[in-house]
Design a binder for this molecule. Structure first.
Ligand code: NAD
Length: 317
């Protein structure tokens, strides 16, 4: 099957592309540039096409889907916080109009299903939910422009299903950690792990007690690929899989693997608004995938950071 991945050069998108290729699918990876260095390892794979394009350009999307006879789309291209808040016009053009272009081009090119990344940021802050886990049924109260844009994506996707019969499936992705995640406050956990993994001091600008539902980048990629091919899906949008963890807990796990890791929290470290607990059990059942333990995934993160510096991997204890 031929699958178009928008944002295929990105942190999550590139891992989706690699998984598609490993399954034997043909992957068209669209990103701002055709360079997409994260996919260099697949350079000689005849089933990979790296394409340059902007999702704000509807004609480009339509031409690409038709040229490659794309059957399914995994839409990951977006701009993230803080850019969406500092540059709302860019944020809305890419994250709302760009996403709508993807649905529209899919509608006109015979694509069977569009899967897309939405976000836990559509829920806003845990204060609205008391102690409860948020679920697919929870009301949503985004506070960031980024979160509002994702909420609009979900409603747009549902309208394309209702009005044109396009099969659309969204996952509200939790806070992603993984080597290479560097922008925004929610990347604090990733920055700490990547630095400590290679013996560098790590100073977190986010408070030790910051609790968030977290998920490892490879697990998000796996969920997106599985939902792309899953049959008998019940819901148009699923709450994503995650494990609630504080930064302190993550730092303690890192110290377990890297004894003496120099991890500190800045005196003026801040907290940010987020939900703390998201119930992903319906997605878990729908795609038949369970998250590995957080300890295991932090070790994977550590070892990816070490591999980049030609350092030997640490063993699971
Ligand atoms: N990282 C997280 O914690 C998180 C959480 C929830 C949801 N998500 C969503 O997952 C998706 C992927 O996020 P990521 O963490 O891999 O981010 P990323 O920035 O690594 O990847 C996004 C990719 O989209 C590309 N892109 C941006 N604007 C584009 C445009 N106009 N046209 C074509 N390509 C464009 C970028 O070049 C980049 O390669 C996004 O939709 C994001 O909103 C991420």
């Amino acid at each position: 099957m031929t699958v178009l991945v928008t944002g295929g050069g990105g942190l999550i998108g590139s891992r989706i592309v690699k998984r598609l290729l490993a399954r034997g699918e043909t992957a068209v990876s669209l990103d701002a540039s055709a360079d997409q260095p994260r996919l260099d390892g697949e350079r000689d794979n005849p089933k990979l096409r790296r394409a340059a394009g902007d999702i704000r350009d509807y004609d480009r999307l339509l031409a690409l889907m038709r040229e490659h006879a794309v059957e399914r789309v995994i839409h990951m291209a977006a701009v993230l916080v803080p850019l969406t808040e500092r540059e709302p016009a860019i944020g809305f053009a890419v994250n709302i109009t760009g996403a709508t272009n993807v649905f529209e081009a899919a509608r006109h090119s015979g694509v069977k299903r569009v899967c897309y990344a939405t976000s836990m940021s559509t829920y806003g802050d845990q204060a609205k939910y008391g102690d409860a886990h948020v679920t697919e049924e929870s009301e949503r109260y985004p506070y960031s422009l980024y979160g509002y844009a994702k909420l609009i994506n979900e409603e747009t996707a549902k309208a394309y299903t209702r009005n044109f019969g396009l099969d659309t499936r969204g996952i509200r992705i939790a806070m992603v950690f993984g080597h290479g995640r560097v922008t925004g406050r929610s990347s604090a956990m990733s920055r700490v792990i990547s630095a400590a993994a290679v013996g560098e001091p790590a100073v977190s600008d986010v408070a030790a007690g910051q609790l968030a539902p977290v998920v490892y980048v490879d697990d998000v990629a796996e969920c997106m690929v599985r939902i792309c091919f899953a049959e008998n899906l019940e819901l148009p949008v699923y709450a994503g899989l995650s494990t609630p963890a504080t930064l302190q807990e993550a730092a303690d796990i890192v110290r377990f693997y890297v004894p003496g890791a120099d991890i500190r929290f800045a005196d003026d470290a801040v907290s940010y608004q987020t939900v703390k607990k998201m119930d992903g059990t319906r997605l878990e059942r729908a795609i038949g995938y369970r998250l590995p333990a957080l300890e295991r995934r932090i070790l994977d993160h550590i070892n990816e950071a070490r591999a980049e510096r030609q350092m030997p991997p640490l063993a699971q204890i």
